[in-house]
Design a protein around this ligand. Structure first.
Ligand code: PLP
Length: 355
């Protein structure tokens, strides 16, 4: 057994993996693999319906919102959001809090004017920009709730007079959120919800149908809503495994219960980073992420050796993103606190070796 600290595709609960493996051989005792049945079959329709119902229940999605399971990853949402919400002669507001945010705003520039309200790029995205005025005449404000590469996370969401669009790819279902504050929430599944291949979108219905230009079918939210995420063949397996993961989360007590665990896990690791003189965190303390914990060594020459040492002790996926260096421990919902204890012990062992 490895302790998988990879950023994504990422750790999934063991029991989910077992059920997912079984469904490939024999889905629900049907004598057929989930991979070889029609997406229009009653069996799969039940999977899609349950996945949508679990999203609504876990996040208490209010009436007036639709839940979609699409393809193309969060990166397709970077274009789909402006395609559906932004007219050529209008502007959209973006906060540049990391590489994913900057890719999102770059895409929006293909559709209309983009106002970048604030950026922490000059500080290598080590903090979340907070002091900015939101222009009331923009079509929407786009933010990123958790900056996967840099390990920063919004602790509170801005009160926005215009529809708030949020990329929650790496922290959706990690804590309760008030969906009614948002116009659109989207998340690639492969960080904290399931395997790669599907993207969750929660969209406020009343925002749609307002642009004058034509939207290609596959990029049109309304068309996917009208077809229950089955306009074309959905990613059946990714939706199924996401559904199993959401079921697992519900059984654990839902997002409020998992948030408590996530806080305990993150605190344990940050305390060691702050206490252990070999290591230091890379971003501003008040913005530290409870999903992706980024840290480096005071002596960078030791980093290779630590990575190897951690690997030998079963801790994998710890190498930091190339733009930050050092280490990134991704500690998503499915990771137990036991694995964090193992990592902390390894950091302490390593410090003893180098005392
Ligand atoms: C991983 C990630 C993306 C990109 O997701 P894809 O599904 O690969 O397109 C976008 N935003 C955030 C915050 C991410 O963590």
């Amino acid at each position: 057994m490895k302790h998988n600290f990879g950023a994504g595709p990422a750790i999934l609960p063991q029991e989910v993996l077992k059920q997912a493996a079984q469904a490939i051989i024999d889905f629900n005792g049907s004598g057929m693999s989930l991979l070889e049945i029609s997406h229009r079959s009653a069996d799969f329709e039940a999977v899609m319906n349950e996945a949508v119902a679990l999203v609504k229940e876990l996040l208490q999605v209010p009436d007036g919102y639709s839940v979609l399971f699409l393809q193309g990853g969060a990166s397709t949402q970077f274009a789909m959001v402006p395609f559906n919400l932004l007219e050529k002669n209008q502007k959209a507001a973006y906060v540049d809090s990391g590489v994913w945010a900057s890719k999102a705003l770059k895409e929006a520039k293909n559709f209309g004017e983009v106002a970048v309200l604030a950026s922490s790029k000059d500080a290598n995205y080590t903090f979340i920009p907070k002091d900015y005025a939101i222009p009331a005449d923009a079509s929407y404000l786009h933010i990123t709730s958790n900056n996967t590469i840099y390990g920063t996370q919004l602790q509170t969401f801005p009160q926005s007079p215009i529809p708030l669009v949020c990329d929650m790819s790496s922290d959706i279902f990690s804590r309760p959120i008030d969906v009614s504050n948002f116009g659109i929430i989207y998340a690639g599944a492969q960080k904290n919800m399931g395997p790669a291949g599907t993207t969750l979108v929660i969209v406020k219905d009343e925002l749609l149908g307002k642009v004058s230009h034509k939207i290609p079918s596959m990029l049109n939210y309304q068309l996917h809503i009208d077809n229950g995420s089955m306009y074309n063949t959905p990613p059946v397996y990714a939706v199924y495994v996401s559904m199993l993961t959401l079921k697992w989360l519900k059984a654990k007590g839902g997002v409020a219960a998992i948030e408590k665990e996530n806080i305990a896990k993150a605190n344990l690791l940050y305390e060691e980073i702050d206490r252990n003189s070999l290591f230091k965190g890379t971003c501003v303390k008040e913005d530290r992420s409870k999903m992706n914990v980024c840290f480096v060594m005071e002596n960078p020459d030791l980093e290779k050796e630590f990575l190897k040492f951690a690997q030998e002790h079963g801790c994998v996926g710890l190498k930091g993103h190339r733009s930050v260096g050092g280490f990134r421990a991704s500690i998503y919902n499915a990771m137990s606190i036991t694995s964090i204890h193992v990592l902390v012990e390894i950091m302490q062992e390593f410090a003893k070796k180098h005392a």
